[in-house]
Design a protein around this ligand. Structure first.
Ligand code: IPM
Ligand code: MN
Length: 373
């Protein structure tokens, strides 16, 4: 059996952590009798600086032939913030309509959490972050002047929206950004969360800010309530995003599946990463169940560590486990996670986790563990 997977190392520490992750995924293939045919893409800051290209039509056409992309990290100190993030990472998420950003928050055995009184069984939930809407749609402008007319468009597989905006102001300078939630967009994310909860502890928490941003998150809540009606065995609750940051720290054991619009999902999963032991341990999957999905660590590219072979590859290796799950290699996926846990218990970790190992050494070690654990 062969799976074809696209690999994008990207910027900063991206290429090193992806190399470690690939080694582990390949080792899982050897054990479970499949082979990964990797195809590398040089998308990222280096190519952008050399050619001015972020993501070409050719890239998109080529990537569309894969059901999975393994992605390192994006962001480079030589490029203004936002260019690579929007032009590459978000562009891939949107183009392939990867409407779910799945982020497990789970404290592995042997990992230190800053929550002194919590144990692995207390920290085990999943955040389902809607991944195509909200304040991420890129509808906004900034201008200094009395008037601006602008047409802004959102094109998704399931709908498109056009805003014709005619803004008049006596403010000296002004910027605005519009968040968008649609019934269909919210529904597919919320339904995914409920389907996940059916296979877990049967509880879904909606995180929003419907008390202030009552149009977009009011619609979100209505859709949540409508979807929930179809799942009578699933317990539900609403949390405001400010309060949930407190509950994540105080009572993480309350959560099972958390579903949330895009921007709050971005924010609360960095907090989630910290309670599960740090950004070095937090993976994510950008999922289109019927299309091209992409698996990546949720941390950034840490440009200052580029080429030093010191970055923690565990988030990326874990993302590799999620990628294997997505390819239907469930046993291999579970084995990779067990091997990660084993390497931590053995103390074979990078310096951010108190160890002395290099990125590539951790990759090699976990790859060897995958054959036996
Ligand atoms: C993440 C990142 C991205 C996001 C950035 C790099 C665009 O922070 O994956 O969480 O905001 O989604
Ligand atoms: Mn983020």
């Amino acid at each position: 059996m062969q799976h074809r997977v696209a690999a994008i190392g990207g910027d900063g520490i991206g290429p090193e952590i992806i190399a470690a992750g690939r080694e582990v995924v390949d080792a899982a293939g050897e054990r479970y009798g499949f082979d990964i045919a990797w195809e590398e893409f040089d998308i990222g800051a280096e190519r952008y600086l050399a050619t001015g290209e972020l993501l070409t039509e050719e890239d998109l056409g080529d990537l569309s032939k894969f059901s999975a992309i393994y992605f390192g990290a994006i962001g480079d100190d030589r490029v203004k913030p936002g260019i690579l993030e929007k032009g590459i990472l978000l562009a891939i998420r949107f183009h392939f309509d990867q409407f779910i950003n799945l982020r497990p928050i789970r404290l592995l055995d042997g990992v230190a959490t800053p929550l002194a009184n919590k144990r692995p069984e207390d920290i085990d939930f999943v955040v389902v972050r809607e991944n195509t809407e909200d304040f991420y749609v890129g509808i906004g402008s900034r201008f200094a002047g009395k008037r601006e007319e602008k047409t802004l468009e959102i094109v998704r597989d399931i709908y498109s929206v056009k805003f014709g905006l005619d803004v008049e102001t006596d403010a000296e300078e002004l910027a605005y950004q519009i968040g968008v939630v649609t019934r269909a967009g919210a529904e597919r994310a919320i339904r995914y969360a409920f389907d996940l909860a059916v296979r877990r502890e049967k509880k879904v928490t909606s995180v929003d800010k419907a008390n202030v941003l009552s149009d977009i998150y009011g619609l979100w809540r209505d859709v949540f309530t409508d979807v929930a009606a179809g799942y009578p065995d699933i317990a539900t609750e609403f949390n405001f995003v400010d309060a949930v940051t407190m509950w994540f720290v105080k009572n993480p054991e309350w959560f099972d599946v958390v579903v949330t619009p895009n921007m709050f999902g971005d924010i609360i999963t960095d907090l989630g990463a910290m309670i599960q032991g740090g950004l070095g341990l937090a993976p994510g999957g950008n999922i289109n169940p019927k299309g091209t999905s992409m698996f990546e660590p949720i941390h950034g590219s840490a440009p200052k560590y580029r080429g030093q072979n010191v970055a923690n590859p565990l988030a990326t290796v874990w993302a590799g486990s999620m990628l294997l799950d997505h390819l239907g290699e469930h046993e291999a996926a579970a084995t990779v996670l067990r091997a990660i846990e084993r390497s931590i218990l053995d103390g074979y970790v990078t310096r951010d986790m108190g160890g002395a190992q290099k990125t590539s050494e951790v990759g090699e070690y976990i790859a060897s563990l995958v054959k036996t654990v």
